[in-house]
Ligand binder design. Sequence first.
Ligand code: SAH
Length: 272
Amino acid sequence: MTARPPRFPVALDRMIGAAKPAAGTTLRPQAPLQHAAQAAARHACGRHAASGLGLDSAAVRQRMVQRLRAAGVRHEAVLQAFAAVERHRFVDTALVIQAYEDTSLPIGLQQTISKPSVVARMLCLLAEGATARAQGHLGRVLEIGTGCGYQAALLARVGRSVVSIERLKGLHDKARENLSGHRDADLRLVYGDGRLGHAPRAPYDSIVAAAGGDDLPPAWLEQLAVGGRLVAPMHDASRGGQVLLVVDRQPEGLVRHWHDAVHFVPLKSGAE
Ligand code: SAH
């Protein structure tokens, strides 16, 4: 049985003294943001432990948002989503103290949740697509690779509707549990092979993949609306490895741009 992530930061404060790395994971040296998290936790417990109220983690997330802003993230809706979604609720108990560091974290079944700066980069690239600019939000979104559901929760705040597909049943179920409090948003979790997209809700204004392959599945391009944008990690030998690929469907046809070097888990076929 997997333990539910503890409430933050009262439980975080307990974790700081007691955390043991999960099997196969390494707790890295503490980054400045983590010191901020600990300070906030100590402060919170000093103020609220007696009443048992705890303090929410908003201040720690604001610190993460400041770092994203300092790193050049300018899209306000994206920053607001990062300020609102509680990343610590999407990771395992032993990793809660690292939840607001700019680091990728294991989420089980050999998969990882990307670091916030990379997720922000993907969301900002999507937000610069033609339809997203015109509508002020990402519109209808398709995400491939739900994982623990963190990015899906962010997308649900920046898009009009979200379909998120995961090929591993264990993670699909975990995401469903993690997102059970997000019933308001038009967010649909689908278990299956994301290489096929999700035709029933196509076309999509924004398509984003959290796993990288050697080619672009044809279904993604077929399901991309005119004015829509696709952002996906893609292996490209001539560029020395995996890079972020942006594809815009313009009225005249598809336009591709290559961006930063990245390191995502592999895009696989079929569902398990
Ligand atoms: N966005 C996720 C990151 C998950 S990591 C989060 O916020 O947690 C990438 C995920 O893509 C993994 O869970 C992996 O199982 C999934 N994946 C890989 N190939 C896939 C495919 N063909 N269809 C659906 N999901 C896939």
